[in-house]
Design a protein around this ligand. Sequence first.
Ligand code: URA
Length: 237
Amino acid sequence: MQVRLQKYLADAGIASRRKAEELILNGQVKVNGVTVTELGTKIDDRKDEVLFNGKRVENSEKLVYIMLHKPEGYVTTVKDQFDRPTVMDLIKGVKERVVPVGRLDYDTSGLLLLTNDGELTYKLTHPKHVVEKTYMAKLFGRPDTNAFNKFKWGMELEGRRTAPAKLEIVEDLGKYCMCKITITEGRNRQVRKMCDLVKHPVATLKRVGTGELELGNLPKGKYRYLTEKEIRYLKNL
Ligand code: URA
């Protein structure tokens, strides 16, 4: 992100913004090896190297961890090529540059984590880490033993067998069944595709849990900051 040099210095705790301006005017600040004395100078806080009296000034954005209840009709990207609403539109109050951890489909609702902690994002989205993701799915029909077994033992999905998953009927609604589904992988539209394969397509899908984190009664479209305990849990996974 482009920021004014004095703001960058102030945010990094070097000095107040006013004082930072003096430091710049005094020639004590270099950007990419060049002394800058122009007050309007903007820098890219991800790429540019800033030195104060010869010492590197680190970008000190605080790490934040957010749980969003994503509604249907939002894409899980920072910017959509078709200009559809994105999950970023729902967290306008967050100043830090967070990104979604993994994704939920446009037509899926529920628990979505966002953070600027790159290390945690990497960890949670890496296939070698097994984190259970739990969904409430309204399925057409009533899954039978065959469907349960396929979830349990795996099914051939796009040339690769799915890892063991859980399917549980929570409520029989006649034409539909409300089911709880737990998977550990994060393949593209995986729950929908698995349900299609057992011939009980998804009518609605909502993620209600990621590991021990629960969506609870967070209202749709709203977000909250994770508690210290939740953050510790994710980091220790
Ligand atoms: N599985 C799906 O099919 N869609 C999602 O959004 C998440 C998991």
